[in-house]
Design a protein. Structure first.
Length: 139
């Protein structure tokens, strides 16, 4: 945040519990829909292809296929319309934006599964490497 007053004004509206998800992850976004006087949650399942911004302006783009047609939707991360975000699958991605998935069809659209302790870029964290070495040394 560039200014302390802006940060102070945004602070009460930021969500406290935002799940950790990265580019390439398959997520289920529960969206609040108001129809008449009733409110319901509608799941939107897809792959996160982009993430941008920070603070209240942070958004992420989820892409899914409906009737063999690609549909992308931009969600503000801290919006009250987004009830919750659940990570279904961790995908391995080596780019910050996965716009190349727009041109793919069929099985080539799928991303590889990311192993536990791996970052989205496919590199293992120092903590994960140490744990793997400890398991290898004990056997």
């Amino acid at each position: 945040m560039s200014h302390k007053l802006i940060a102070a004004a945004e602070a009460p509206n930021l969500k406290k519990k935002v799940p950790h998800f990265e580019i390439g992850d398959t997520v289920t976004v529960a969206v609040r829909i108001v129809e008449g006087g009733k409110e319901r949650l509608q799941p939107y399942v897809g792959v996160v292809i982009a993430r941008r911004g920070s603070g209240m302006g942070e958004t992420f783009v989820v892409r899914r296929i409906v009737n063999n047609e690609g549909v992308e939707r931009v969600f503000p991360l801290h919006s009250p319309k987004v009830a919750n975000i659940e990570v279904t699958r961790h995908g391995k991605a080596r780019r910050a934006k996965l716009y190349y998935l727009r041109d793919r069809i069929g099985k080539s659209r799928r991303l590889r599964e990311r192993k536990p302790g791996e970052t989205a870029a496919g590199k293992r964290s120092a903590k994960a490497k140490a744990a793997a070495e400890a398991v290898g040394a004990s056997s």
